[in-house]
Design a protein around this ligand. Sequence first.
Ligand SMILES: Nc1ncnc2c1ncn2[C@@H]1O[C@H](COP(=O)(O)OP(=O)(O)O)[C@@H](O)[C@H]1O
Ligand SMILES: [Mg+2]
Length: 373
Amino acid sequence: MDTKKIQLAVLFGGRSGEHEVSLMSATSVLSVLDNERYDITPIGITEDGVWLTGEDILQKMQNRNYASLTRVTLLPNPGDSSLYQIEDIDGKQTLSPVTALDVIFPVLHGTFGEDGTLQGYLEICDIAYVGAGVLGASVAMDKGLFKDIMRQYQFPVLNYTVVTRTMIENNPNNTIHEAEMVSDYPLFIKPANLGSSVGITKCYNRSDLYEGLHFAALYDRRVIIEQGINAREIEISVLGNEDPKASVPGEIVPAEDFYSYDAKYVNDNSELVIPARISEETIEELRILAVEIYKAIDCAGMARVDFLFDKESNRYYVCEVNTIPGFTNISMYPKLWDASGLPYASLIDELIKLALERKAQKDNTEHKFRSNA
Ligand SMILES: Nc1ncnc2c1ncn2[C@@H]1O[C@H](COP(=O)(O)OP(=O)(O)O)[C@@H](O)[C@H]1O
Ligand SMILES: [Mg+2]
């Protein structure tokens, strides 16, 4: 029955260095969603932040051919979950409701999608959405603050420090001194709030470091400097709200010196090994740790927890958490669930169910207070 269908909007594209990656993820998600179960509105967000829908939207977004698409928006009015169409009639912009949405699946990576900003807007709109809320999303997004919290829990992290763009620009010598205190070379320099390895440099000497700091500062006000190791990369998928579960671990064998943007998306020689070839004992430790990390930063729905294994010492370190991990059908997050017995399409159904459950739980929170005095 049509009336029982879940009204679902899938968001993709977005104002982020990972715009293209999001289009790839959304292509896979949209191709498996069950039309019997969902009424689907695909919404593409341009690199300038304009929300659009219409026929063949994915292809048009890929070609940046926006002319025939319709502008849409959500209003920040709790109780009104309508998607509105924005029309230009005689030079006047008018809004008309298109459909009342039950849930949104943001298939958006990086800034303005995975970092808590969109989540904040959806909270204001009072609408259910897949994945972490404002807190989990924003903490996972900032590699510096995230590591501060990991340290607080005494979870293993490599040495690091965070510097600001202003420090790099106004005081490069002091910044280099601070960076060299972190550890010997190589050092990894990263924008604190980004993903897909955009803006990251592996620095082997002071001149790399000088360049790497300025390069990372192009992409963020905050830059993290990390001790670099010769690493194996082990990842675990976590799924759930209050009682999250961990998948089997997988290993990435990058095609280049490290898992750079090109190794991730351009050169397809990087390999995923599932399950990762590590001891049963370490697998169990990591699965428990992945769930603890997920809970520590208040994740919900899903997240991929990434670890670095030092090839020399065989010790492991928490690298980062991605609250909206790559989601093509050959991406690690869904592949790990597939290997753990949950196929791609069922995983998406589960995520939508978790989003609706979490919203129902939030609706039990009292927001008004009147003193009896
Ligand atoms: N401290 C480190 N030591 C060794 N390799 C690292 C280190 N930090 C990052 N890398 C490499 O760089 C890649 C990207 O870093 P990561 O922190 O995961 O950022 P992103 O959010 O862009 O994926 C990792 O997958 C790994 O290959
Ligand atoms: Mg990463």
